[in-house]
Design a protein around this ligand. Sequence first.
Ligand SMILES: Nc1ncnc2c1ncn2[C@@H]1O[C@H](COP(=O)(O)OP(=O)(O)O)[C@@H](O)[C@H]1O
Ligand SMILES: [Mg+2]
Length: 370
Amino acid sequence: MKLLSLAIQDFRNIGAAALAPSPRATILVGENGQGKTNLLEAVYFLATLKPLRAGRLAELVRFGTPRAVVAGDFEAAGGPRRIAVEVDAGGRRASVDGKPQDRLDGYFEGLAAVCFSPDDLSLVKQGPEGRRRFLDRAAFNRWPAVLAEAREYLRALRARNAALRTASPEVEASFRAPLVRAGARLLLRRRELLRELAPRVAAAFAEISGPGAPAVGISYRGAGGLDLEEGGEAELEARLGEILDRRLARDLERGYTSAGPHMDDLVLGLDERGARLYASQGQQRAVVLALKVAEIENLRHALGRPPLLLLDDVSSELDPQKNRYLLEYLATLPAQAFLTATDRRLLEPAAGPEATFYKVEGGRFGPLDS
Ligand SMILES: Nc1ncnc2c1ncn2[C@@H]1O[C@H](COP(=O)(O)OP(=O)(O)O)[C@@H](O)[C@H]1O
Ligand SMILES: [Mg+2]
């Protein structure tokens, strides 16, 4: 799966752009505020239909214009396909070879993208939201059906929250079953994902940190004491249902569902101690780097090829040793990657003979003088 061409119109500060990405590294160099991250965001949006940075979709549309369009030719198993996504006041629409896609399964066939940005580096010490986002996006890269499953959960959650606000236990009861069903399905996905990722995270962390480093552990913390270790779908449904039952009085009072996958957390630890409290900043960053490498390795294994990689300004944020590890790791991958930096020298080790360079200035992409 390679992106052969990219065309962007009125996306953030990019008025109109046509790029010919390298099959390997496309390197975007420019001062701050010129549109490097915006370009990565456009590629990420095209590949995943999710915005890279949190917020409303309408923010993606260039100020003063009615719609944003990102389109690209992807090399797929049966030959190249033109995929496109458009955002306007009415929402988002995706198409493949000009045909609108209502069901997104067809669209995502073979597409996966992993982004690594400086914001990710604080994943360990931030609140649980960022870690849940990591889990959700990794699950969705791994199994595209998770997009629909997560939506269904969100719909059921909103409905139950609205029912809780009517403050009637009878009304709530009929909204609990769909929430518990969709919740259990998401929990199973997360458990499966963590089982796949855990050994890869440990291996990558050991390699990044060198001999004598502590062992990294990742585990799942279910809100309300939910136990995710054992059990199939029906058991998880029953357990989640019980937790919601125990919390019903409180949830009715607050008008909000206080347990379920939307409240859970990913626990990262070093030698059995919580990394959030005990790891040095360097170790925390090594944990995040290991998580990203684990996700890439896992997808590579599952899909038979690495995902599309987007690295935003990471080299300026990592210490030289971690940066070298990352760029050397990337150089060994047969992956297509988009990388940004303010200084091209930071990315030289990742460039390789097939690299394409662009200079980014005011939302435009031109040749980079060497
Ligand atoms: N919807 C939008 N329309 C026009 N410009 C936008 C929009 N959203 C963000 N921008 C502009 O994009 C610029 C930031 O681009 P960004 O890609 O983050 O820069 P960098 O090169 O530092 O990564 C800012 O000047 C910001 O005002
Ligand atoms: Mg940026």
